[in-house]
Design a protein around this ligand. Sequence first.
Ligand code: GTP
Length: 598
Amino acid sequence: VPVSRIRNFSIIAHIDHGKSTLADRMLQVTGTVEERKMKEQFLDNLDLERERGITIKLQAARMNYTAKDGQHYVLNLIDTPGHVDFSYEVSRSLAACEGALLVVDASQGVEAQTLANVYLALENNLEIIPVLNKIDLPGAEPERVAEEIEEIVGLDCSGIIKASAKEGIGIDEILESIVHLVPPPQDTTNQPLRALIFDSYYDAYRGVVVYFRVMDGTVKKGDRVLLMASGKEYEIDELGVLSPHQIQVNELHAGEVGYFAAAIKTVEDARVGDTITLAQKPASEPLPGYKEAKPMVFCGLFPTDSDQYESLRDALNKLKLNDAALNFEPETSTAMGFGFRCGFLGLLHMEIVQERLEREYDLDLITTAPSVVYQVTTTDEEVLEIDNPSQLPPPQKRIKIEEPYVKVEILTPETYVGALMDLCQSRRGEFKDMRYFTQTRTALIYELPLAEIVTDFFDQLKSRTRGYASMEYHLIGYRENELVKLDIMVNGDGVDALAMIVHRDKAYNVGRALTEKLKELIPRHQFKVPIQAAIGAKIIASEHIPALRKDVLAKCYGGDITRKKKLLEKQAKGKKRMKSIGTVDVPQEAFMAVLRLN
Ligand code: GTP
């Protein structure tokens, strides 16, 4: 089809507002996927994604649509991940589009993340089409939610589409709006090739499969291409479109969306945001907006059983083939033995990787509490990036410590504003702004240290607002603060994996709360176990776990053998996730205790 009849769009929606259901409906109505194949939702592929009900990896689908004007159109839907950790990927897939559907649950309303993505879409000059979904629900309030979208997003909602992805209502209207409101791509076929990578995945047979949008020029099968940011060259073995199954074609022009394979060994070599051009006739400039995904949160991963160290390395290497944002380096801890220090985009990314290592690779891991990256200026005028609290140079060797700050935007019903301000204040937050939109949507804007967000901030936000508030954040830079290292000793031994960096003003409270929590979490032993918190040589908090008095088996009166066995099995299970520190068994939960302090 000519470029005038191509429409590239994505869907912006909060988690659970119905993005996948709507995408499936569109594939079905346009006959892209047959009904009997629609059993599973098409756009979300990973199991984990489905279980958690969130979209992590981007995908794309090309639909053929005959509009009411009798013309044939090609509609390319580019999916976006729905979580703040992946907002760079969202921005790149939006950059590949001319329009976006803004899908809002008519029984809920606008959420912070939706708003953040709308801003990204506006930055990319996208035409935004608002859609109210789930109008079939008895609790739907289309008028109120439409008003909310007008107030908060500033879009004209007088003719807003009322849809139910579940019941198939409003789907034709959505497709027609895409055709009539989303502008076609510019016809720049005669310019040098520039194509934007918006996703990629690793395939064991073909190497990395790269998803891209041709912005200018033409790309053909057999072309030798240059990836401008990585500087690598490849020959395209396979070129195609996503329908949503891959269908091979010989060439793709400006405005089109497709995939290629070129025996690329790891997704790191074909990063999201990179520009593809022809090796022989390269474009003079890459497309704007490329950034290297930078890990923001780090933690240690240690096998419970040291025999699993090599398997853990293999597993991380395999995950890395498909996850350019995952970073890892060997780490040796006096307390934990051999493991890896891993870097992630955010907390969700961290949890996903941990879960996959355990589930798909059958590893038993002890993970340490997440840490942000500190910039430490030493007395030698060096600036070190410290992502592991135990590596912080001693006070006499350092001049200052700077920590990452984020701007947080919270949308909340008015009634919870006070509770949320308390929360932000207790997390060293600086109030910036408050904006009242509607009774159910007040925006609170704070600047906070990222370290205060990666603990249980999100859980607290949800529990203090009965789930009604939502939030979004982004990095704004580094700031100097009075930070100190808090060391933890168990039975007299310093446990490097429990060390943390805290603000001086909070150190005493954190030290006390942490020793109390550890006392709760570490089981009793045959001997008394002291637990202490210290700053340098100074002990600031101290607790002890009393010795165990009775043998567990004593309860069984020596009689019933099956009961005895059961009890032993139960004990063995409980032991699974323990790490021996000296003679003390410390359970996994203890390493995460800092996330559960009050
Ligand atoms: P993420 O993939 O996590 O971003 O979620 P999503 O926005 O794709 O939501 P999804 O399509 O998975 O829908 C979430 C839930 O809402 C599912 O249980 C759907 O069945 C349901 N749902 C989606 N659309 C409608 C609708 O129009 N009406 C009703 N009643 N339920 C819907």
